[in-house]
Design a protein around this ligand. Structure first.
Ligand SMILES: [Zn+2]
Length: 143
């Protein structure tokens, strides 16, 4: 099982309840490339990462049904169905984590200052960087 090979994360830190149910049936709901990338990014920064923690369980994989509940019944695509993580680092400024995620090569990165996390996903194609403010995304210009 891929999760046993990760250095820094257990399955419960990266999978929602639906994801854990799938895992019990032998189904890995997350991209192996994204899992390895997250583990390597954590090694690279060498600081504590929190994904699912403190009762939060939708910050790694979440199912379409869990995502719909999160967005008040709105069915929308989320990279959390496959290759996204919302990360908090207690020992690193959130803007530094945001820049580090971009520099590390994540495909989609946004910063949510209100909820104090950085979303990173392993999407292919055009990369996308934004700040989430008042529930809306604003593209961020990078130097
Ligand atoms: Zn996210």
């Amino acid at each position: 099982m891929i999760y046993d090979d990760l250095k820094h994360f257990r399955a419960t830190e990266l999978l929602s309840l639906d994801g854990l149910t799938l895992l019990k049936r032998g189904i890995t709901a997350q991209s192996m490339d994204a899992l390895i990338k997250l583990d390597n990014f954590r090694s690279h920064l060498n600081t504590e990462f929190n994904c699912n923690h403190n009762g939060l369980h939708l910050r790694g994989f979440r199912s379409p049904s869990e995502n719909s509940t999160l967005y008040n019944g709105n069915n929308r695509y989320s990279f959390h169905f496959w290759c996204a993580f919302d990360i908090t680092t207690p020992n690193l400024n959130i803007w530094d984590l945001f820049q580090a995620a971009i520099d590390f090569g994540w495909g989609g990165v946004y910063i949510d200052e209100v909820h104090n996390f950085v979303h990173m996903d392993n999407r292919a194609g055009t990369r996308w960087f934004a700040k989430k403010k008042d529930g809306l995304f604003q593209l961020v210009d990078l130097p």
